[in-house]
Design a protein around this ligand. Structure first.
Ligand SMILES: [Zn+2]
Length: 378
């Protein structure tokens, strides 16, 4: 059937049989193809089985930068106030090669909306976010992910808070399911305990779960589990994809990944922030400007990775066996396109990928009248 679908779209692709130890089984499927228009919809698990999935996030940071979200509370009011701005960013990530449109429901939960006096908009904001993601996803062949995150309500020493978190996830994801999501991403989890509540709720809804931890501490969650051990437990409890996202840049996140890859048989996701964190400042929260001021969260610009650094990250992540290669806060479409191309894809935005051989000063045959300019650029 998949083959017929591909043929109906006018292109013949390799139909191959291959065994996947990771997902346990022999699958017959359409070979992974690079152009968006040639792709065939399938579940997140099917896509991960067929090859790497490219994720793109950081909606809150990027829309804050564009003037649509207030830094501080970081509540995605933009979903209701300026939906076109959300559509546009989804579209930019889609054109850059993102395989998943993540509904902008990050921090769109009861606790956070109360902070900005918009608790009454909770349901409308959550529903609209999924609709916007779905609308743009259908312009290509992307999947739609529902999204929940750390709630700031969870306290491992107070079991009652677990009920509060469960209720928050249940209402948010209930709306997401009604609007139509393909799977759910639970992310920036500081506590394994809170992440496990998300797994339970997602599992009860019958959806695949991708659950990632925020590696803000050197080697363990805030409730004391090593990152690899926490991922192993999440996978055992039914998460189809586990891993890390946010807080760390590529340089300080990748070393944690090998252990996670060893610890689990399921798919692994890694979505770093595109900032130059290092041994002295392993997270974006610890980065300091030259005068010693904290750069997080709105003065991180000078630490931003180039597209080339993010392309290198994508290649390194694949070498480590990462299945879901993504990017988090600070991401721009140029990063995502470079990552897609590093994974061997040509995406819609590749039409405008750099051609420095056409630059008047960088081309091989610089005109004699212009050559003098190069001296002043040296
Ligand atoms: Zn992030």
């Amino acid at each position: 059937m998949l083959a017929q679908l591909a043929l109906q779209q006018g292109t013949v692709y390799d139909i191959g049989r291959f065994t996947s130890a990771r997902f346990g089984g022999v699958a017959e499927r359409v070979g992974f193809v690079s152009e968006l228009e040639g792709r065939v919809s399938s579940s997140i698990v099917d896509r991960l089985e067929a090859g790497p999935v490219l994720g793109a996030e950081g909606y809150v940071f990027e829309l804050e930068r564009r003037g649509y979200i207030k830094a501080g509370p970081f509540v995605p009011e933009v979903v209701l106030d300026y939906p076109d701005a959300v559509r546009e960013l989804h579209r930019e990530f889609l054109r850059a090669g993102a395989d998943v449109m993540v509904a902008l429901t990050y921090y769109a939960h009861r606790e956070k909306l109360r902070d900005v006096g918009r608790e009454g908009d909770l349901e409308a904001m959550n529903r609209q976010a999924v609709r916007l993601a779905r609308e743009v996803a259908s312009e290509g062949d992307a999947l739609v992910a529902g999204n929940v995150c750390n709630t700031w309500a969870y306290d491992p020493d107070d079991p009652a808070t677990g009920q509060t978190v469960r209720a928050m996830y249940t209402e948010q994801l209930g709306w997401a399911v009604e609007e139509g999501v393909d799977f759910v991403i639970s992310e920036t989890n500081d506590y394994l305990g809170e992440a496990l509540i998300a797994v339970e709720v997602i599992r009860d809804l019958g959806l695949p779960a991708m659950v990632t931890l925020a590696p803000t501490q050197p080697d363990q969650t805030r409730d004391g589990y090593g990152y690899a051990e926490a991922c192993r437990i999440l996978a055992a409890e039914g998460a189809q994809v586990v891993g890390l996202n946010c807080d760390r840049g590529p340089l300080t996140m990748l070393p944690l990944v090998a252990d996670i890859r060893q610890a689990v048989d399921c798919a692994v996701a890694v979505q770093p922030v595109p900032y130059r964190t290092d041994a002295a400042a392993p997270t974006m929260e610890t980065l300091r400007s030259a005068d010693g001021d904290r750069a997080f969260p709105i003065a991180l610009d000078s630490f931003t990775c180039t597209r080339f650094e993010m392309a290198q990250f994508a290649a390194q992540a694949r070498e480590l066996g990462v299945d879901y290669v993504g990017i988090c806060c600070g991401a721009g479409p140029h990063h995502v396109r470079a990552m897609a191309e590093a994974l061997g894809r040509e995406v819609p935005a590749s039409k405008y990928s750099p051609s420095m051989d056409l630059h008047p000063m960088f081309r091989a045959d610089v005109a004699a009248k212009d050559a003098a300019f190069l001296h002043s650029w040296a």
